[in-house]
Write a protein that binds this ligand. Structure first.
Ligand code: AMP
Ligand code: MN
Length: 196
């Protein structure tokens, strides 16, 4: 398991040249749908299955030539999500937190979240198969189940048992709480159930 810690806001440039910069975004939209006609979906939250078999968020490494973090992140999103990425242009206002990873490489990862309309998000999902990186770096977008089924494990607890890249799991749990996509007590219950 990679060592991951939360960084001070704005961390990055002062961390030294040995740290590579990365940016990733959680895209979400409210949903009125019910699974089996009874389990509320509440929100669509997007992650992606990566080339390495781990789950992560859209985004990637940001080069010095990218300019700002957000410019670099939006360039990565265009490559990974295709033309629909213009509907989710990420700005400084969408920033959530920064994370430091020491191994296997030194990376400062900047994490953003953006709410879309359900229509825009579904259009983006449909178009993502035409992205440059589809089938290469990105094996497909996935929706995160935010519910727990009657057996106490199916849904979010089982999802949390997947392998996540870098700080993606910590970022997911942080965002679900701080964006109010799930009640804090339900989130904590799901994390406990995933560890049983
Ligand atoms: P990528 O180019 O998308 O592979 O991202 C660059 C690096 O950032 C990855 O190799 C991971 O080590 C790291 N990373 C940190 N957080 C995430 C995340 N939430 N999703 C994907 N990669 C992440
Ligand atoms: Mn990527």
């Amino acid at each position: 398991m990679a060592a991951v810690r939360k960084a001070a806001p704005g961390a990055g440039s002062e961390m030294g040249p040995e740290y590579k910069r990365a940016g990733h975004v959680l895209l979400h939209a409210p949903s009125p749908s019910k699974l089996f006609g009874r389990v509320p979906i509440r929100h669509v939250v997007l992650m992606q299955m990566r080339f390495d078999g781990c789950l992560g968020f859209p985004g990637g490494f940001i080069d010095a030539k990218d300019g700002s973090l957000e410019e670099g992140l939006n360039r990565e999103l265009a490559e990974e999500l295709g033309p629909g990425a213009s509907a989710c242009y990420v700005t400084e206002n969408d920033f959530i937190s920064s994370w430091v990873m020491e191994s296997p490489r030194k990376i400062v990862g900047h994490f953003y979240a953006k709410r879309l309309s359900l229509g825009d998000l579904e259009q983006l999902e449909g178009g993502a198969v035409h992205a440059k990186d589809h089938g290469l770096e990105v094996m497909g977008l996935v929706r995160v189940p935010l519910y727990t089924l009657r057996d106490g494990f199916g849904g979010l607890p089982a999802f949390l048992c997947n392998n996540f890249i870098g700080s993606a799991k910590e970022q997911l749990l942080e965002a679900l709480g701080c964006l109010g996509l799930m009640p804090q007590n339900k989130l904590e219950e799901a994390v406990r159930a995933s560890q049983k």
